[in-house]
Design a binder for this molecule. Structure first.
Ligand SMILES: Cc1cc2nc3c(=O)[nH]c(=O)nc-3n(C[C@H](O)[C@H](O)[C@H](O)COP(=O)(O)O)c2cc1C
Length: 204
């Protein structure tokens, strides 16, 4: 066993360990609007939900050479964003939207990513994403020496495609989310294992 003293790690060394350890991660493909009304899209896998009433999620946005990423700048300005869930078929445009484009470039226009209107927030959603979460900014926590922005958003509307929606739930056998692993690696869901719920009779 390697025992690593975390205090001695640089930001890059700690990052390498964290992104390989906290896996598999779901991917939030976030759409925002800039001041000129251009649509920005970028993926962020450091994300989870953090509250269910009201429903809230948190996404960690790092900085680029100390500067805010376009997504973080737009969320601060407009205080709203949409989390579009990434499925296997969306890997190509999602991955390409993570490249470092100038702030004037709209990834959705450049990559021909079709959009659909949101109901309650201004940024549109990605039409091909089977689940989109319209969010209003609740809070930003600046964490650490590099000032990562932990963005907490309240979900004000859920869009769920009919094909994967069943009795108020997401059908686990039909939804095919893509996961992020360490480095430039992704994974599909493997076999789904169902365990008995609490209180069910034990096998003899
Ligand atoms: C699958 C995937 C997951 C990513 N997750 C994160 C993340 O959690 N936090 C982050 O700051 N950057 C993450 N990135 C990098 C951003 O997508 C990248 O910096 C992007 O250029 C930001 O775009 P923007 O400046 O338009 O906001 C990820 C990239 C990929 C491909």
């Amino acid at each position: 066993m390697h025992v690593i003293d975390a205090e001695k790690l640089s930001a890059a060394e700690a990052y390498a360990l964290l992104v390989g350890t906290v896996v598999p991660r779901p991917i939030a493909w976030i759409t925002t609007l800039d001041r000129e009304g251009r649509v920005n899209a970028a993926p962020f896998s450091c994300y989870t939900f953090v509250c269910n009433r009201p429903p809230m999620l948190a996404v960690n946005l790092g900085r680029r050479d100390g500067a805010l990423k376009d997504t973080a700048r737009n969320i601060r300005q407009l205080e709203s964003f949409v989390v579009n869930v990434v499925t296997e078929e969306l890997i190509e445009p999602m991955h390409r939207s993570s490249f470092d484009y100038s702030e004037e470039t709209s990834e959705t226009a450049l990559l021909d990513i079709a959009l659909a209107p949101s109901r309650l927030v201004e940024p549109p959603r990605i039409a091909a994403s089977p689940i989109a979460l319209e969010c209003r900014l609740r809070q930003i926590l600046e964490l650490g020496e590099q000032k990562n922005d932990l963005v907490i958003g309240e979900i004000v509307a859920f869009h769920v495609a009919e094909e994967i929606f069943a009795c108020g739930r997401i059908d686990v056998h039909k939804f095919r989310p893509l996961a992020r692993l360490g480095g430039p690696n992704y994974a599909r869901l493997g076999e789904i294992i169902t365990m008995p719920s609490k209180g069910a009779p034990r096998p003899a």
